[in-house]
Write a protein that binds this ligand. Structure first.
Ligand code: HQG
Length: 173
């Protein structure tokens, strides 16, 4: 199940072409087509993944005919993110090895459409561990918002923004 969920993430966020499907402008894939194209995938498995995924990464359309990733894309799709005012502070977990570059250039979105931020330190630390020894930055999101930066929150609670200049970053540990 975990492997299937990872594979789904690859298809629905980054490389739909590897199974010969396309996403529409809002990031939706047709469920029937996806099932036809991916070996050993059926509707019941998809429903279980959508319902139980630990980060609620995927959603079905209201009629159940389409599926998409809620965030995390590198392919340019508009998943109709909610633009809202952020809390005063958000967190970004990264690898210690990126720290010097981040302090210099700020947070860049790299291959994704947005920089990913978390509302709590624990989540940021988990994200950071994916990159080796973790490093947490505090992001002065309240100040950024006042200065005109846009913030979005995906339906699964991840905070997104296009760029965090270094002056809005504070080191945590
Ligand atoms: C780093 C996972 C050097 C950035 C997670 C990050 C998240 C810089 C890496 C979601 C930099 C990109 C996204 C700079 C940023 N110099 N490095 N100036 N600016 N970076 O994987 O945020 O499990 O694209 O700090 O939980 O780690 O996939 O982004 O370390 O929510 O659902 O460049 O992916 O969710 O790495 O993770 P990523 P991320 P899923």
């Amino acid at each position: 199940m975990k492997a299937t969920s990872k594979f789904l993430s690859l298809i629905l966020r980054h490389k739909p072409q590897i199974v010969g499907i396309t996403l529409d402008e809002h990031g939706w894939a047709e469920v029937d087509e996806l099932i036809r194209r991916v070996k050993n995938l059926d509707r019941a498995t998809l429903e279980q993944i959508v319902a139980t995924d630990d980060k609620q990464r995927y959603s079905f359309s209201a009629d159940g005919k389409l599926i998409r990733a809620n965030q995390g894309h590198s392919v340019p799709v508009d998943v109709e993110l909610e633009e809202i005012s952020p809390p005063e502070i958000l967190y970004h977990g990264t690898g210690e090895k990126f720290s010097a570059s981040i302090k210099n250039l700020g947070l860049l979105k790299k291959s994704r459409l947005y920089v990913h931020l978390s509302s709590d330190i624990d989540t940021a630390e988990k994200v950071g561990r994916r990159h080796g020894v973790p490093k947490i930055f505090l992001v002065e999101s309240g100040k950024m918002f006042v200065d005109g930066f846009k913030f979005f929150r995906s339906v699964n609670g991840v905070w997104l923004t296009e760029h965090v200049p270094a002056k809005y970053l504070k080191e945590s540990f």
